[in-house]
Design a protein around this ligand. Structure first.
Ligand code: AVI
Length: 320
């Protein structure tokens, strides 16, 4: 290094700093638990895409089939012109099925996602395939107060929240999101995907696939901490645990210590006893009536419901 040139440690991104702070907090509380949003780094997002294609993981396939079959019927609830707001937009694949059912000039599409680079790349792809579609991406955390682009004159604001991602919220977070959405969609409505209560074996298999992709997805959270934050813990110190908790109607995912061990993070040491877990995700399953009641408390009026013959998944129209 040349004399006089100071070498500085590159500054961690804001997201990495937040991950570090949240992981310290997660490991300090009893029982230990962290937000599932930290699953989704590059590796985690790729693993999630693989999960969506697994034979055991029915939600993606079932929701796509519902959208393919009923998109025109769903779109008929939107009114003649729509500002279509997709919450947590991601790869923008499912919305294409809705867009295909709408006259292009009648829609302004507003995908909202916290990850700017991914959102803009997905918008480029969409713009290439849907020439003439008005797209106004918004980089924001949609669970927090944000300002949507003004709704074009004569249009209704329609929300789209597929994937049963709401199931990963705590009940308080789900309620807060629905209230926020009901307020900003007033006069329009929300089309939302929810995963339904069903046979426990089907649920268990969906989160314990034979190829271990869900296990890798879960374990990646701590591997990410190793890569990004320099966390240290024994290589085979944790194992994937996923089970249905009927009292809360949710799948719980945990990382379970295989033996007594220490996890070192930024100068702190966090002890785990054998079998102790870090709770990484809950995935709530709903009844249609139960979800509609929750939505009604938040300010929506329940409307049409589309579900598959086995009633494993549903898309709900909620009038705001
Ligand atoms: C994104 N979310 C709706 C998925 C779910 O089913 O709760 C995340 C997931 N976790 C394990 N497998 C898939």
């Amino acid at each position: 290094m040349k004399p006089g040139i100071e070498w500085r440690q590159p500054r961690a991104s804001a997201e990495t700093q937040q991950f570090a702070a949240d992981l310290h907090a997660a490991l300090s509380r009893a029982p230990k638990s962290i937000s599932p949003k930290y699953f989704y780094d590059e590796t985690g997002s790729r693993l999630f895409e693989r999960i969506c294609d697994l034979p055991e993981y029915y939600p993606t396939r079932t929701e796509l089939a519902l959208l393919r079959t009923h998109a025109a019927d769903m779109a008929s609830h939107f009114g003649p012109r729509a500002q279509l707001v997709e919450y947590g937009a991601g790869a923008l694949l499912k919305v294409r099925l809705l867009l295909d059912a709408l006259p292009r000039e009648s829609v302004q599409f507003v995908p909202v996602d916290i990850s700017g680079p991914h959102l803009l790349a997905a918008c480029d792809g969409l713009a290439g395939d849907y020439a003439g579609l008005a797209i106004q991406p918004l980089v924001a955390d949609f669970t927090r107060p944000h300002t949507l682009p003004q709704c074009p004159a004569g249009s209704r604001r329609i929300g789209f929240f597929p994937g049963s991602s709401i199931g990963n919220f705590t009940p308080a977070e789900a309620d807060a999101f629905l209230r926020l959405a009901a307020a900003e969609l007033r006069g329009g409505g929300l089309l939302i995907g929810i995963d339904l209560v069903k046979d426990h074996d089907v649920l268990h298999a969906a989160y314990n696939d034979a190829d271990g992709v869900t296990a890798a997805f879960n374990l990646n959270l701590l591997e990410r901490a190793r890569r990004e934050l320099g966390a240290e813990f024994p290589q085979d110190g944790f194992e994937h645990l996923a089970f249905y908790n009927p009292a809360y109607r949710r799948i719980e995912m945990h990382l379970r210590a295989t033996r007594p061990l220490d996890l070192q993070l930024g100068g702190e040491i966090y002890g785990f006893h054998e079998g102790e877990t870090l709770h990484t995700e809950h995935s709530h399953k709903y009844t249609i009536a139960g979800f509609q009641a929750m939505a009604a408390r938040a300010g929506f009026q329940p409307g049409a419901v589309w579900t598959d013959p086995k009633q494993w998944f549903a898309l709900l129209w909620l009038k705001a």
